[in-house]
Design a binder for this molecule. Structure first.
Ligand SMILES: [Zn+2]
Length: 387
């Protein structure tokens, strides 16, 4: 995150030391407990104005509003729940969560790996975790592509995500429509001289089990994800204009426990329908419901499927998912490998180009990574082919 953005955001006290990061916490059980309120100075973003439409809405009604384009400035808030179907493990599950893997490391308590003071003391545990979050380790799922469809249809005003897995970008949501409230791995900054560090060099070090260092001052390079106690990215301030002008709010896969993110759910006008899809009721939608709220509780994929069906988008979404995931079926493509130095080279399939480097020894597989103009980033992955 740009250093210059910090003072302004700190002045608003948007992110206090007691703040908790959604991506670093297990979704809690049912809500009912009001989250900590936004600090004074930003409370005015909470919208209670608007007209007094009071009729109770169903999901079908909301779908009809979208179809009639009566709602076309849709703001979406998402949390860890939308990435679970992509296989991203939660942090805290005993035995399987990421936190478990730190039990044998020199970490005083799991959350320490996301604290700046510990990171500067010992960045290795963080990078051990970061390696697992390498772009391409996980792929967008049908929920991400539903959001992409909203964007393709010109209905998405902004997508606010608490996730740092980058799957919204990977699904093709453009930067201009995205607010990664807790940062992302898309950029990295030297912790000493604050220079931006190239992503390629950062990932090359991380994947090679090395701590990434600044080319200028050799300081440790940290990806621009928000650690405990750090300010949120400047783009988060877009909420000041987005929420009061939204005509529909979709809240997917978040228990609304993390401030200041959670309070955004109250920042739309009272006349604006809020559709909340989550495992269980939570946050202000549980303890302070509005007349035009629509709750869809249970499996998130099922809830999204239902909305998609009501919208009549089922086939279109299926096509989009097939088209996008087809890009990843590297093994089905015919490769032309041009050899490079020390076993590296390029793989080309049509207009697409990947860098290729040897995969695990003895497996006869390659590791691919690369980009082309039609797509922001391509996943890396092991593949077998003829060269
Ligand atoms: Zn530096």
């Amino acid at each position: 995150m740009a250093q210059w953005a910090r003072p302004a955001i700190r002045a608003l006290r948007l992110w206090g030391p007691s703040g908790e990061l959604a991506w670093a916490r297990r979704l809690r059980s049912a809500g009912g407990r009001p989250p900590t309120r936004l600090a004074a100075g930003v409370s005015s973003v909470s919208g209670n104005g608007g007209d007094s439409a009071k009729e109770k809405l169903s999901l079908q009604d909301v779908a009809a509003l979208i179809r009639a384009r009566a709602c076309q400035r849709v703001v979406v808030m998402v949390g860890a729940g939308i990435s679970t179907p992509s296989g991203i493990p939660d942090f805290r599950s005993p035995g399987t969560g990421f936190y478990s893997s730190f039990q044998h490391c020199d970490v005083p308590y799991p959350e320490a790996i996301f604290e700046l003071t510990f990171f500067l003391h010992n960045p290795r545990p963080f990078f051990t975790w970061a390696k697992k979050m390498h772009p391409g380790s996980y792929r967008p799922n049908v929920i991400h592509y539903f959001l992409r469809l909203l964007q393709d249809k010109g209905l998405l005003l902004r997508l606010y995500t608490q996730n740092i897995d980058g799957l919204e970008r990977a699904a093709g949501i453009p930067d201009s429509r995205l607010v990664e409230a807790h940062g992302s791995f898309a950029s990295a900054t030297c912790t000493v001289c604050r220079r931006a560090a190239p992503a390629e060099g950062f990932w090359a070090a991380v994947m090679g089990d090395r701590v990434p260092r600044c080319a200028v001052c050799t300081g440790v390079v940290k990806p621009d994800i928000v650690f405990f106690g750090e300010a949120l990215p400047q783009r988060f301030l877009l909420h000041v204009v987005d929420f009061p002008t939204a005509d529909l709010l979709l809240i997917l896969g978040t228990s609304l426990q993390v401030e200041p993110f959670a309070s955004l759910s109250e920042a739309v006008r009272s006349s604006v329908p809020r559709v909340f899809m989550n495992q269980e009721a939570a946050g202000s939608l549980a303890w302070c419901p509005r007349s035009r709220d629509v709750l869809q509780l249970g499996e998130l994929v099922d809830s999204v499927d239902r909305l998609v069906a009501l919208l009549g988008w089922t086939e279109e979404l299926k096509d989009l998912v097939q088209r996008e995931t087809g890009r990843y079926r590297l093994g089905a493509l015919t490769w032309a490998v041009s050899p490079g130095p020390a076993g590296t080279g390029q793989v080309q399939a049509g207009a697409l180009t990947w860098a290729v480097s040897p995969g695990p020894a003895g497996t006869g597989r390659y590791r691919l990574s690369g980009s082309n103009t039609g797509c922001q980033s391509w996943p890396s992955g092991d593949g077998a082919g003829t060269g």
